[in-house]
Design a protein around this ligand. Structure first.
Ligand SMILES: [Zn+2]
Length: 290
């Protein structure tokens, strides 16, 4: 497989209750247990991944973040609090990014080059990249990030940019963007990550992989450690209100089913970290700019 179309497995390292239910909640020990489980799985499958780690997680458990690097994975940044970025003031945005980056670099002793916005929160769902909050990219470029992976090039209910390129492209601010995977089914749909990977038929993900390979672009997969934890949502719902729709969408396909799917992504394919993909594309001035 050409070096330009590997599968890039990414893991957004966060704690479900804090990132999804209550931004003011403390990071729980489930985060460490689930991350260890995810790292063990990746090791069994021989996959080196890129872990986009939240700053609050690094603050709570810097040794766990150091362990991600020690086990051969890349650590990148997933902002600090998991609050949506597009509605932040410029100074809040600067702090949100700088605080998390420093915590991650202190924990790992390595430079952090990549970024993913929590919940892909560049803006409201829209048609073009000029409609998102581009101050986010200005801030990333000025703080020395080399790539971003926050663009979902499909318009969904909560996020996404309908016409953004589906493969790597240059942001006008000077960063490389490596967007999330999509599949063409009469229109673009997200694939290979989150609830889509857990719940949609695997044949759709196979098509997404094939489309990426044919177009010579990386297939960016995204996972969360908590997706391996089958007991979590039910346990939390016993002590606090979790809307039934959220409970359903966040529970289905967790655990062994997801593990089997990650294993199926694996067969016969080349994997690379996002940092390695970034280096492969950085010399390419022929990529589109948007
Ligand atoms: Zn997240």
């Amino acid at each position: 497989m050409p070096v330009t179309s590997p599968v890039c497995v990414t893991v957004d390292v966060e704690d479900w209750i804090q990132s999804t239910l209550d931004f003011d909640a403390a990071i729980t020990d489930r985060c460490r247990t689930n991350t260890a489980r995810m790292l063990d799985l990746l090791e069994r499958l021989g996959i080196r991944a890129t872990c986009f780690v939240q700053g609050l997680v690094a603050k709570h458990d810097p040794r766990m973040v150091a362990d991600i690097t020690r086990r051969g994975h890349e650590v990148a940044c997933h902002a600090h609090t998991h609050r949506p970025l597009f509605s932040m003031s410029d100074s809040m945005l600067r702090d949100e990014i700088a605080t998390s980056r420093k915590l991650l670099e202190d924990a790992t002793g390595q430079p952090v080059l990549g970024f993913r916005a929590p919940d892909f929160s560049l803006g409201e769902p829209c048609e073009t990249l000029d409609q998102v909050n581009r101050q986010i990219f200005v801030e990333l470029a000025s703080q020395g990030f080399r790539y971003d992976s926050s663009v979902v090039p499909a318009r969904m209910r909560r996020y996404g940019v309908a016409t953004a390129p589906r493969g790597p492209f240059w942001l006008k601010e000077g960063l490389l963007e490596i967007p999330l995977a999509t599949v063409w089914l009469g229109r673009r749909w997200p694939a290979l990550g989150g609830g889509y990977l857990r719940m949609l038929p695997f044949s759709l993900h196979r098509v997404a992989l094939w489309e990426a390979e044919r177009a010579q672009r990386p297939a960016v997969v995204y996972l969360h450690p908590y997706e391996l934890d089958t007991g979590e949502v039910g346990a939390i719902a016993r002590s606090q209100h979790v809307p039934w729709k959220l409970r359903l969408s966040q529970s289905l396909g967790r655990g062994r089913r997801l593990e089997r799917r990650i294993d199926r992504l694996h067969h016969g394919r080349t994997f690379s970290t996002m940092g390695e993909s970034c280096r492969a594309f950085e010399g390419r001035r022929d990529l589109p700019t948007a």
